[in-house]
Ligand binder design. Structure first.
Ligand SMILES: Cc1cc2nc3c(=O)[nH]c(=O)nc-3n(C[C@H](O)[C@H](O)[C@H](O)COP(=O)(O)O)c2cc1C
Length: 261
């Protein structure tokens, strides 16, 4: 484990969390159905808003659909190659069905429900990732499926009141990349206020700790084992913020019955 990720406290769970790195190359060892079911059962124990469990996870086994999703996501070849590929859907269909079952008006399309369903989906997914890592598996989330969410819905028969949030490739790692540095904890954990009165900023509003992190990440990118880059964190974030990314998402979500009001 790289020292910058050392959390300063020590137990097997924290050690596992600190060793996370995304895995994009897998060996041929299969992941059994029972293993996957066990992982999903453990992941389902995640906290869930109002106990709604507003998600459905689709295991994509069909090789043509896998390839189509790998292509639309980038292409990202690991989507086709991973022993397991899952698509995590935010899913309010059971809620709507429950309302119908009990003859209650269906109050759907609210922004709050989009948050509830997306947060629930992310929590179950991260639990699944950690559970998988605890068994020696590795994986990578695939937001690239939102490059063409309509096609993903068509391929996987995803109805209204549900939408694909991201995918997850899983398998036994064929690589052990270096762990990627994170921002200093003092940047993300604050005391009493979001921003302390008088906190020092440079002229663009960036705290010094963040510009210092540029050096840390630059160093990591220049020295890691593969895919070397000459980039800083603020440079990457500026590039990201200067681009319009997936502008179709609002209309897509509205079409699927989310975020209408
Ligand atoms: C919601 C989400 C979507 C992501 N989408 C992709 C993706 O499409 N392709 C990819 O290679 N990595 C993807 N990632 C992985 C991130 O790039 C990665 O987690 C981040 O750079 C930190 O690296 P690490 O996971 O190795 O620590 C995604 C991560 C998240 C949380």
């Amino acid at each position: 484990m790289s020292s910058f990720m050392n959390p300063g406290i020590d137990n097997p769970v924290i050690d596992l969390l600190s060793r996370h790195r995304s895995i994009r190359k897998f060996n041929s060892r299969p992941v059994g159905d029972d293993t996957l079911k066990g992982l999903v059962k453990a992941a389902q124990c995640a906290s869930t808003s109002h106990h709604v469990q507003a998600y459905t996870i689709i295991q994509v086994k069909d090789s043509e659909n896998r390839q189509a999703i790998a292509d639309l996501a980038g292409p990202q070849p690991w989507v086709a190659q991973a022993p397991v590929f899952l698509v995590f859907c935010a899913d309010l269909t059971r809620l709507v069905a429950a309302a119908r079952h009990h003859g209650v008006p269906e109050e759907i399309g609210w922004a709050e429900q989009l948050i509830v369903a997306t947060v629930d989906t992310a929590l179950v997914a991260q639990n699944l990732m950690v559970a998988a890592e605890s068994m020696g598996l590795g994986g990578v989330f695939i937001g690239g499926i939102r490059n063409d969410p309509e096609q993903v819905c068509d391929l996987l028969n995803i109805p209204d009141q549900a939408f694909p949030v991201f995918g997850l490739c899983l398998g036994y790692p064929e690589q052990i990349p270096d762990t990627k540095p994170r921002l200093p904890v003092t940047q993300v954990l604050r005391q009493d206020y979001f921003q302390a009165p008088g906190e020092k900023e440079n002229s663009s509003g960036l705290p010094k700790e963040v510009t210092n992190f540029d050096g840390t990440l630059h160093n990591y990118y220049k020295n890691r084992d593969s895919n070397l880059k000459d980039q800083t964190w603020t440079g990457q974030m500026a590039e990201l913020t200067g681009r319009i990314i997936r502008p179709w998402m609002k209309a897509f979500l509205e079409k699927k019955g989310f975020f209408r009001r």
